[in-house]
Design a protein around this ligand. Structure first.
Ligand code: LLP
Length: 424
């Protein structure tokens, strides 16, 4: 359930008609529903009530400061994967003691930044990284709390680009080699082993992979404890899927109840890193129809949002529902919804049945709250779009639309070129 619904034929977000927001901010823009965000976070968090746990929102899904602030105010921590995300998380008001730092390629300056900020733990993905963290920690006189990200070699049955827990993926340390890595970690003087971590992939629509991974981790944790290692945190990563079209993923309560018994047996504080399931269906992308055209084979609806604004359809072939903001009693057509970018891969939807649309009318690309804005780029020198948060009947611009000057920020023409005379 979310708060995007038709009232008298027009799509609303909470109490506001979308056309009214468009008048204020122009198009395209991302639009998030506050009530949906809060509800999704709380439902997920409460699904694990009764066991010691921490929900570390995976901010790569949507890293806007306002969202960070919101989830922090609801008691959430953050999962970060770069110095930039850590910077944002702190600026958004997240408590550093509730931040976990994942990723295969942490740089020394990022490690130092995280240590100085006092994060909860590093999820470490290789032996070399263990040594690097130990080195930085020693240099600045700190003890680094670490968990090892274990790759359990489990097929998450999701899109190959977003599966991460298979041997062939770059992520984590192979479960058979993990004991060796833990031994190394406990010998290095500036590290403190505090937990174990695993993340299987994204957009998982079944619980079995989680159940299977927990079985494998459980055996590993037993043997690590026998060796005297202290495993206080069990980080199960993120990955719970959402409905874009006809997927039927378990809801957070089903997800939690099917793993809770196993989790209890670990006697750990559980950490979860949900991203998509919290924000995915809390956001949409609103765009305006520019032109329509057709040839013998196809019809196209050309809109002002493009693959640089929402890359998921072209990158993963992802399905996003496309709805007319105003439902009219018109003929339905089958069309590709495409943007102005100069690539054939620039589409938001292909072969989609949709009411006939005219230039100037608005469309809503649904389920765009996760990996939408956060993956957007300036390709084709397109300024990045605005982001708006609606709460009841108030709207707040939480990121203003970029202008042309933002496009060239930081660029410089070297002096020798400035001195050369321009032809023509
Ligand atoms: N934790 C780790 C270590 C991750 O790598 C990810 C996502 C998450 C948590 C959050 O996963 P979620 O709950 O959102 O599934 N751009 C792709 C998704 C990439 C996911 C990368 N890692 C997409 O648009 O589908």
């Amino acid at each position: 359930m979310h708060y995007f619904e038709y009232i008298k034929g027009e799509l609303h977000c909470e109490g506001i008609p979308i056309s009214r927001i468009t008048e204020k901010v122009g198009t395209p823009f991302y639009l998030y529903s506050y009530k949906t965000l809060v509800r999704h976070f709380n439902v997920f968090n409460e699904a694990f009530q009764g066991i010691s746990h921490l929900v570390c929102y995976s901010m790569k899904a949507n890293s806007n400061l306002a969202l960070i602030r919101l989830f922090a105010s609801l008691g959430g921590g953050v999962d970060v994967v770069s110095g930039g995300e850590l910077y944002r998380a702190l600026k958004g008001g997240a408590d550093p003691r509730q931040i976990v730092f994942s990723g295969v390629g942490k740089k020394e300056e990022e490690i130092e930044f995280a240590l100085k900020s006092g994060i909860l733990m590093f999820n470490v993905e290789s032996s070399m990284e263990l040594r690097a963290i130990d080195g930085v920690a020693g240099r600045i006189n700190k003890k680094a709390p670490i968990a090892i990200r274990v790759n359990p070699d489990i097929d998450a049955k999701t899109h190959p680009y977003i599966t991460t827990g298979l041997k062939q993926n770059k992520f984590g340390i192979d479960i058979l080699r993990a004991p060796m890595a833990y031994r190394l970690a406990s010998e290095l003087p500036n590290l403190k082993v505090v937990g174990i971590d695993c993340h299987l992939g994204s957009q998982l629509v079944e619980v079995e992979p989680f159940v299977d991974a927990l079985k494998k981790l459980r055996r590993l944790v037993d043997s690590l404890r026998k060796e005297g290692m202290e495993i206080r945190y069990l980080d199960l990563g993120g990955g719970l899927g959402i409905t874009y079209n006809d997927e039927e993923p378990p809801d957070p309560v089903e997800y939690a109840s099917s793993i809770l018994d196993q989790i209890r047996s670990f006697d750990c504080t559980l950490i979860l890193e949900p991203g998509r399931v919290i924000v995915g269906n809390a956001g949409i992308l609103v765009s305006r129809v520019l032109y329509t055209k057709e040839n013998e084979e196809k019809r196209f609806i050309i809109v002002d949002a493009a693959m640089n604004d929402l890359v998921r359809p072209s990158y993963y072939g992802s399905f996003h529902q496309v709805l007319p903001v105003k439902k009219e009693n018109r003929e339905e057509i089958v069309a590709d919804v495409v943007g102005p970018v100069c690539e054939s891969a620039d589409f938001l939807a292909k072969g989609r049945k949709i009411q006939k649309l005219h230039p100037g009318e608005l469309i809503a690309v649904m389920s765009a709250g996760a990996y939408g804005f956060s993956m957007s780029t300036n390709y084709n020198s397109r300024p990045r779009v605005a982001e708006v948060l609606v709460r009841d009947d108030e709207m707040h611009v939480i990121r203003k639309r970029e202008g042309y000057e933002d496009l060239i920020r930081g660029e410089k023409i070297p002096k020798f070129l400035l001195e050369s005379t321009l032809k023509g």
